[in-house]
Design a protein around this ligand. Structure first.
Ligand code: DGL
Length: 260
């Protein structure tokens, strides 16, 4: 048993889509979430910078006495998880685009991946594709330029900006007859309804939320790190920019600005 908090980080609000599910599933756990929105977006930074920022976030979570770290950011995971696991002793769980399930389930043998530029160009993403794509499934990659920035600015998901951008990014993949769309950035989970309006119900969206929750549960059990508390857990969310958009934040979370 271990009553210390679970640490989570992302470049901003995207990882809240993971945090929400973890909070629902692990009812007695305490969570600390870092939104590094001062440095957002990560998706067009170099691997070196993304790794430095990820190390900084992990150090902060360790300082805050976290027992495990969940990287709720595909860009950070695919560019830095190997380095983070060498530096830090605590278990680290990452999130990667779910291309494996999409490859296994596609009937048209064509899938699409919407992710940040740096996730799509990362070694981990390329290796996963190579290792799982024995049947030569066609994978169409599309960077979601500008989507993260607009979400962080607080642009409403139903706004014309998202409609236009999503249409521009998704239409070429729909035309290629994909039957699975992998969302490879945690921010895009908040755009699911808008994405569905464009792709319709013949294309299945694949996100990695449930696999991350299951892996977190597994690690807590394996290392005997589950909370011994019987009371309901809580979430402390820290951000380091001037402000943070509140649309996706559960009102029972405690929010605070902090330097990190
Ligand atoms: N939420 C992120 C991800 O999953 C980060 C996006 C960014 O900062 O560019 O990749």
């Amino acid at each position: 048993m271990d009553n210390r908090p679970i640490g989570i980080f992302d470049s901003g609000i995207g990882g809240i889509s993971i945090l929400n599910e973890l909070f629902k599933e692990l009812k007695n756990e305490q969570f600390i979430y870092l939104a590094d929105n001062k440095n957002c977006p990560y998706g067009n930074k170099s691997k070196k910078i993304i790794t430095e920022l990820s190390i900084k976030n992990c150090k902060e979570l360790i300082k805050l006495d976290c027992k495990i770290i969940v990287i709720a950011c595909n860009t950070s995971t695919t560019n830095s998880i190997e380095s983070l696991r060498k530096i830090f002793n605590c278990p680290i769980i990452g999130i990667e685009p779910g291309i494996k399930p999409a490859i296994l389930e596609t009937k048209t043998k064509k899938i699409g991946v919407l992710a940040t530029k740096k996730t799509l160009s990362s070694d981990i993403f390329c290796k996963t594709q190579y290792a799982n794509n024995r049947e030569k499934i066609k994978i169409y990659e599309q960077p979601g330029f500008g989507l993260v920035e607009s979400l962080e600015k607080g642009v409403k998901v139903k706004s014309i900006i998202f409609k236009q951008k999503l249409h521009q990014y998704l239409f070429p993949m729909i035309e290629k007859n994909i039957d699975h769309l992998v969302l490879g950035c945690t921010h895009y989970n908040f755009l699911k309804d808008e994405i569905k309006k464009i792709i319709g119900n013949k294309i299945t969206i694949v996100d990695s939320i449930i696999p991350v929750v299951n892996q977190t549960k597994k690690i807590l059990n394996e290392f005997n790190l589950s909370s011994g508390k019987t009371t309901h857990g809580s979430v402390k969310l820290f951000y380091n920019s001037k402000k943070i958009p509140k649309d996706f934040i559960n009102e029972i979370f405690k929010i605070e600005r902090k330097e990190f």
